[in-house]
Design a protein around this ligand. Structure first.
Ligand SMILES: [Zn+2]
Length: 435
């Protein structure tokens, strides 16, 4: 059991900064997710960017944040936002994000709280901290400058998911762009990120060294698979992440196979309502409204039973770790005409990974064989190697910091930049000082 040890675990140095900017990773430096990074310069201005937790078993937390008045939250995925209630509860931190990130945060935190109670992993924050965090938001529009200490800051569209932001920071000495989770490619619900000229670029490296398949072809492959399953009298169960992937899948299906009966269940339905309330963050929001009216929302137990006669069910959890997807799978597994279409990364230890590797997974606590056809589709909303490479070049930084990636990925992308810009591969618990 891992328990966070506030007051004893901060790796943050106590000496002042002479010049340039200090970049200190509490988490997410040499790993995917679990992000927390402190930035500080000689004016004493200090901010935190993101404070997440990695929802592994047991969860991983970034190390303890030093006292901090302001945190930038790039987007609402739990590996970037999960520990923010601790910050607010312990340091009274203000949280800066887009309106959509703030709107979705409550659901993400409540779900994290619920899951941690069910799985028996103690969270370092409680419901009081959560309530305090809900009142700690200061929201900003994309492109609107705001000030923290001696710095000016503004958000830019990051692609990835609606509401996700990159943050541009102007200090008295330099300009820094923090990319957050980002993608320069258009996806069904959000336009791609555009480069911003800067001196220092901090950028994720999740897909360093790996190229994505062509997005259009991959979407076509998904649609073809759905048609094939439906034409033989089966049902296509599509487990998908609540924030981003569910909505992408629905838009793809609505465009390609509007005649099919598609049911939509799980936390993604509530996320979608927030998206529709914040249409300025959505690419062609009227398209999403149409999709919402078209998909049959599952709102009750009887709706869930009716969905078993549908053509397609899109639901959480994306890695088959619980949620309605498991309920459906338990009923659908007896008819070999049905199929499972996985639409995202399946982490080690997840139900989806176990299904792919061993043809079995936990269903309500019992390891259960599942003999249905399983296929997997690459519909990632992170930039691939080529997109990262082009984006870095177009920002024309002096320094580029590759974080949020494993060693292999970070080395592969950094190998593209031998001299200019100067690459850095930070480690958690250590500081970079860049000028
Ligand atoms: Zn993300």
């Amino acid at each position: 059991m891992v328990l966070y040890s506030p007051g004893r675990t901060s790796s943050y140095p106590t000496d002042p900064v002479d010049s340039g900017i200090r970049i200190h990773f509490l988490g997410g430096g040499d790993e995917v997710g679990n992000v927390g990074c402190v930035l500080e310069d000689k004016t004493g201005t200090r901010i935190l960017i993101d404070y997440g937790l990695a929802p592994t078993r047991p969860p991983r937390y970034p190390s303890e944040c030093p006292p901090i008045d302001h945190a930038i939250i790039t987007h609402s995925h739990i590996d970037h936002i999960g520990m923010a209630p601790w910050l607010v509860g312990h340091h009274g931190t203000r949280l800066h994000g887009t309106t959509l990130t703030a709107a979705v945060s409550e659901m993400m935190w409540r779900d994290t709280y619920k899951v941690s109670s069910i799985e028996g992993y103690p969270l370092p924050w409680d419901m009081r901290d959560l309530d305090a965090a809900l009142g700690a938001w200061e929201t900003h529009d994309m492109g609107e400058w705001f000030e923290i200490g001696a710095w000016r800051l503004r958000f830019h569209l990051a692609g990835h998911i609606p509401g996700a932001a990159m943050i541009e920071i102007e200090t008295p000495e330099l300009r820094l762009l923090w990319g957050g989770d980002m993608d320069t490619r258009q996806n069904p619900n959000v336009a791609g990120a555009k480069p911003v000229k800067c001196d220092i670029l901090c950028i994720e490296s999740t897909y360093g060294g790996r190229e994505h398949p062509n997005r259009v072809e991959e979407e076509a492959r998904l649609v073809a698979r759905v048609k094939e399953v439906v034409s033989r009298g089966g049902l296509a169960l599509i487990p998908a992440f609540a924030s981003g992937r569910c909505q992408d899948i629905l838009r793809i299906l609505h465009t390609a196979v509007p005649h099919l009966e598609v049911h939509f269940d799980g936390m993604g339905t509530r996320v979608t309502k927030h998206w529709m309330n914040n249409p300025e963050h959505i690419h062609h929001p009227e398209g999403l409204e149409k999709v919402w009216r078209w998909a049959r929302k599952v709102r009750s137990k009887s709706d869930r039973k009716k969905a078993l006669d549908a053509d397609v069910i899109v639901t959480t959890s994306g890695m088959l770790d619980g949620g309605p997807a498991i309920w459906y799978l338990n009923r659908l597994r007896h008819d070999s005409a049905n199929a499972i279409l996985l639409t995202g990364y399946q982490a080690e230890g997840s139900g989806g990974r176990s299904l792919l590797d061993n043809r079995r997974l936990p269903i309500f606590g019992n390891i259960t064989p599942v003999d249905l056809e399983v296929s997997q589709f690459q519909l990632s909303n992170h930039a691939g190697h080529s997109e990262l490479h082009s984006f870095v070049r177009a920002c024309e930084p002096r320094h580029v910091v590759f974080f949020h990636g494993d060693t292999e990925a970070r080395e592969a992308i950094s190998a593209e930049f031998k001299h200019s810009p100067t690459p850095s591969l930070p480690l958690n618990g250590t500081s970079l000082n860049l000028k």
